[in-house]
Every structure is written in C-alpha cells, then in structure tokens.
Design a protein around this ligand. Structure first.
Ligand code: NAG
Length: 330
C-alpha cells in the first residue's frame, strides 16, 4: 500500500516535472514564403498566425509591410537576410549597420530571435557567411541590441554522411568555420530538414511510415540509441557533425514540411500526418538530445509561383484564400 502510494506520488512528480521541462521551451513556428499570386495582405497573414495560435514566423526577406504588421504582435521572428543581400553585408560594416537600423531597430515592438544570413547558400556564396555574421554581430553590438542570434540556414547535404546518425560529419571546410563562430556567440545552426526528400530519393529502402512519424517496422539502431522516425535521425546526424567539429552549438530546424499534392508520396493525408506529428513531436527532442527542439513548418501558404518540381507549390498549410488545406493544431 505504502509502496503503491509512493509510486503514484513519484509518477505525479515526474508528470509535473515533464510539464515544467517541455512546456515553455518548445516552440513551433511557420515559414511565411511569399512566392504566390493573390496571397493575403501581411496584416491578414499576421492575423491568421494569431487566430491559429502560431507563435513564431520565419521571413525570407525583410519585407517592410510584414514587419509593420508584426510590430507589437508578440510573434517571435526568424528573419533572413535575402540571399542577394548577403554579399553586401559580408563586405561592408556600414551596409550591415544600415540593415540592422532599417529592419531591426525600427521595430522595437518585434521580438526577433534569429537573423539567418541567407537560405541554403551554395558555391562561392558560402564564403560570405562568416564575414556577414561577424558584420551583423558588430552592428547589433554597436546599436546596443542584445539577444538576437545571427546564424545561417543550411540543407542537410552540408553533411558528407548522415546514416547512421552518428556518422554525421560536415563535408566542406567552410562549415567548420561557420560552426566555430556560432560556438563563440551562442547562436544555433539553422537546418532545413526534409524527411520527404529523403523518402522520395530512396522509396525502396525507406518505409513511408518511418518518414511520417507513424508506427513502423523500421527501427534504426545506432550505438545505444534507437530511431523510430527519420526526422530524429537527420537532426542527430547534424548533432554528430557538430560534436566532431568540437563545438557546443544547438540546432534549430528552420524548415520542415511535406507537400499535399504534385508528386510521389504527396497527399493531403500524408502532409497532415507529417506536420501534425512534427508539431506534437518536437517538444520531446531527439534520442541524442532529448530536450525540446525549436522548429519551423514549411510553409504557411501554397505558393503557385515557386519554381522547381510541382510539389514545391503545395507545401502550404493554407490556401491563398486563407482556407486550411487540411486541419492542423498548434
Ligand atoms: C513599432 O512599434 C513601436 C512601439 O512598440 C514604435 O515605437 C515604432 O515606431 C514602431 N515601428 C514602426 C516602423 O512602425
């Protein structure tokens, strides 16, 4: 009897502790891509975030109308330096200072969390990442702005290997320089993580359920850790690469999503399953790092002007008329 009571007190204490640990830190945002015709006005978009309980947004460029609509809104912001602006900020301290003044200092009512220097930069442009981060950090310092972390958003293929997760290692030298810098500033590495593309690239070997966070017969064992979904395996491959680079840098998932139409494996049911499971899952973290993870769902709207495969136009949670493509709970 006493033992039973002790056990139930312990269970209650553990449940309470897990609420304390996972409640306030976990955060799921949504990326606001704007490559579409007839999207709602930025003011309507911000309203749509609020009415759906979405507490964080990623912007791919500092769009002034959107910044005005977000000013005073309580929505946390990850803002990108547009790819085409990165070179200028890398080569010019005054350029970085102007950028900070126009897009950060003018909006004291916005809670900016991160600045991303570009999105998925490749080739020669990667050489601009470190100098642009340094110039932006100097500009933020000079303006007396604290608490905004400057980083860059990368694709998973910055890794030379990702399977099993513990084999994760960065492919190119520039990534070691980037993460060494992040290690000194406390900024996270921003990583776009797409189980969808892993799945369509290897349907023979990857079980759809394993990609969708559904019960699956696939379990990847890696050292002492067991993986029941591919998202965790991908994120932990990045953790392994950071460990090998000898840095303490957290990971933020700056994009993840699943298309609802337009190609193999793309359906409303699969997109709803993936995104809802992602939202429900990230608070638990990954096997290697079982702490709340911050993630941004890609994307808010179906974007009919996105180039590339047909599926690219169908990653949205909402249609341009603001109707949901499928129900989703935040
Ligand atoms: C943003 O809101 C603040 C008040 O929180 C205000 O002082 C500032 O002028 C606003 N910025 C813009 C550009 O409207």
């Amino acid at each position: 009897m006493a033992l039973q009571r002790a056990a139930s007190v312990l269970a209650a204490a553990l449940a309470f502790a897990s609420i304390l640990i996972t409640g306030p830190v976990q955060s799921v945002g949504v990326c606001y891509g704007m490559n579409g015709d007839h999207l709602p006005s930025p003011a309507e978009v911000v309203q749509l975030y609020k009415s759906n309980g979405i507490t964080a947004i990623r912007l791919y460029k500092p769009d002034v109308q959107t910044l005005r609509a977000l000013n005073g809104s309580n929505i946390a912001v990850l803002i990108d330096v547009a790819d085409e602006t990165v070179t200028r900020l890398a080569s010019s301290v005054p350029g970085a200072q102007l950028w900070v003044r126009f897009y950060i200092q003018h909006y004291p009512g916005i809670s900016f969390r991160y600045i991303s220097v570009g999105n998925e930069l490749t080739g020669a442009a990667t050489q601009n990442i470190v100098p642009a981060i340094k110039n932006l950090n100097a500009a933020l310092d000079a303006a007396g702005i604290k608490g905004i972390k400057v980083s860059t958003a990368v694709r998973l293929d910055v890794l030379a290997s990702s399977s099993p997760p513990s084999s994760g290692v960065f492919k190119d030298g520039y990534m070691n320089q980037v993460v060494a810098l992040l290690g000194t500033t406390g900024a996270p590495l921003l990583v776009n993580v797409y189980p969808y593309f892993a799945y369509i690239g290897d349907q023979k070997d990857i079980d759809l359920n394993f990609a969708l966070f559904q019960p699956s017969s696939t379990v990847v064992r890696d050292g002492g850790l067991s993986y029941t979904n591919i998202f965790d395996a991908m994120v932990d491959a990045v953790h392994a690469a950071l460990r090998k680079a000898n840095v303490q840098v957290p990971v933020v998932v700056s994009e993840s999503g699943w298309p609802s139409a337009g190609g193999v494996g793309a359906s409303v049911a699969n997109a709803q399953t993936y995104n809802q499971n992602l939202i429900n899952h990230v608070g638990k973290g990954t096997p290697y790092r079982p702490q709340p993870l911050e993630a941004y769902v890609f994307a808010m709207f179906n974007e009919n002007l996105k180039p590339g495969a047909e599926t690219e136009k169908h990653f949205g949670l909402f249609n341009p008329d603001k109707s949901p493509v499928y129900p989703i709970r935040f």
